[in-house]
Design a protein around this ligand. Structure first.
Ligand SMILES: Cc1cc2nc3c(=O)[nH]c(=O)nc-3n(C[C@H](O)[C@H](O)[C@H](O)COP(=O)(O)OP(=O)(O)OC[C@H]3O[C@@H](n4cnc5c(N)ncnc54)[C@H](O)[C@@H]3O)c2cc1C
Length: 419
């Protein structure tokens, strides 16, 4: 255990208030630490942009041994939950199996990503938590709890927001390894997007639209499975032109940080994220926010945000629009609805971002925009709770598993539980 001096999140916009950082090297030590702590949380890779992971005492699981076991019959991989997706992908490479999707970066921990409902893109792809088939965690009494898909509370445990227990192991669904090719198209007219929205988001296995809300959508990133029937060799996508050089989603930044484009085949894990392991993801100097609206409201939401373009632009590095499939995980931003995500990579000015988010949230609240739990947002529990049908069940679940409220923190009280 060590005293904590100025530990911040990845973006540096949040300084953890915790006084202690525990580093257990066995699950038994973890059980003991949790049972004795009044207020405690597990830190993942610290990529969230808010106080979601904070507490009086923090635990890193970095000293727990990494262990990855593929069960071919069950088509799952069981892993130490603190591993990053990059580490997991390396372990899966010789096993020739793959996950269904990844976020924009492989640097994040699996447990942290799953706990916050992190997602990639693709009309038929659920968020990363939907791959979880079983979970093992230490609850606040120090007990080990295991649950598998089908268990009555499983859907509440997976996107647990760090509030149900310390996740030590996860099993994820796997499939035979596959290849992806990635192409980027530039200058999609807004009218073309609105007219062909469903065709464009279905144009590849995973599609991302990048824009600074100017005259066009600047870039459309299309990631296609190489086995897909449709081969995306077209020179244009509804008027957007295929690039002939590698690009970065933030115009002007070095594409060396990005995964290979120009239609070159590559392993799933080398193409699904936008950013490469070992390189700076995104711009590195930024804040992020994201709102997830029902797909049927997607175009209205894009139009509403576009109407704020002049207000957004001075603070904005880039926006990304993605689609995610519906799921049944109680606190997932995709619970019960196919989703369109509207993301903002901001300049790193927290106060200015919060000012502009007042307008963004006012525009997206009537369209049932759910904020990404791991990014900067303002909405309190009074606004988020009505958006989550199973929120009362989640509250009951954490009251049962954490009756002494050890995992509760100010972020959870403000944004999820309320008074
Ligand atoms: C550059 C960048 C790009 C991003 N791209 C995407 C993207 O493409 N899609 C997207 O949806 N999000 C994206 N995010 C957001 C990011 O995926 C989430 O914030 C995610 O939670 C980060 O995981 P982490 O391990 O850093 O979690 P942390 O920030 O460390 O923790 C998040 C939560 O998980 C809990 N937690 C972590 N580990 C455990 C554990 N073992 N047991 C129990 N609880 C645990 C913490 O207590 C906390 O509540 C991005 C963030 C950055 C910085």
């Amino acid at each position: 255990m060590s005293a904590l001096r100025q530990l911040t999140n990845w973006a540096g916009n949040y300084s953890y208030q915790a006084k202690k950082l525990h580093r257990p090297s066995t699950v038994e030590q973890l059980q003991e630490i949790i049972a004795q702590a009044a207020k405690v949380r597990v830190l993942g890779s610290r990529h969230s942009f808010n106080g979601i992971a904070d507490s009086d005492e923090l635990i890193t699981l970095a000293e727990l041994p990494h262990d990855v076991t593929v069960d071919r019959l069950a088509a799952t991989v069981s892993l130490s939950a603190n591993m990053t997706y990059g580490q997991l992908a390396e372990a899966l490479r010789p096993e020739r199996v793959a996950l269904h999707n990844l976020a924009s970066l492989p640097h994040i921990s699996v447990a942290g990503a799953v706990s916050s409902g992190t997602h990639g893109s693709g009309d038929t792809n659920g968020n990363l938590a939907t791959a979880v088939s079983s979970v093992e965690m230490v609850t606040s009494s120090g007990e080990i709890v295991r649950a598998a898909r089908g268990h009555s509370e499983f859907d509440g445990l997976v996107v647990g927001l760090g509030a149900v227990g310390a996740v030590t192991r996860l099993s994820l669904d796997v499939e035979p390894a596959y290849e992806i090719r990635q192409r980027v198209f530039e200058g999609l007219a807004w009218d073309s997007l609105f007219e062909h929205f469903d065709e464009i988001t279905a144009y590849g296995y995973s599609v991302s639209l990048f824009t600074t809300w100017g005259p066009t959508v600047d870039q459309v990133w299309v990631k296609s499975r190489v086995t897909d029937a449709s081969e995306h060799v077209a020179a244009d996508l509804f008027g957007a032109v295929a690039t002939t050089v590698e690009t970065h989603p933030i115009l002007g930044l070095d594409p060396i940080n990005c995964t290979a484009q120009l239609g070159r085949n590559g392993l799933w894990s080398d193409r699904l994220p936008h950013f490469r392991v070992g390189f700076t993801p995104s711009s590195g100097e930024e804040l992020q926010s994201e709102y997830l609206v029902p797909r049927r409201q997607g175009i209205a939401a894009i139009e509403s945000v576009r109407a704020l373009a002049d207000r957004l632009r001075p603070l904005l590095q880039v926006s990304e629009i993605r689609t995610v499939a519906a799921d049944h995980l109680w606190m997932s931003p995709q619970y019960g609805r196919d989703t369109v995500g509207i993301h903002f990579t901001w300049e790193p000015d927290q106060a200015a971002v919060e000012r502009v988010l007042v307008d963004v949230e006012a525009a997206l609240a009537p369209l049932e925009g759910r904020p990404h739990w791991g990014k900067v947002f303002l909405a309190g529990a009074d606004a988020t709770a009505p958006l989550y049908e199973r929120q009362p069940d989640f509250v009951r679940l954490i009251q049962r598993l954490d009756s002494r409220a050890a995992f509760r923190n100010p972020w959870l009280e403000k944004h999820v539980l309320g008074a």
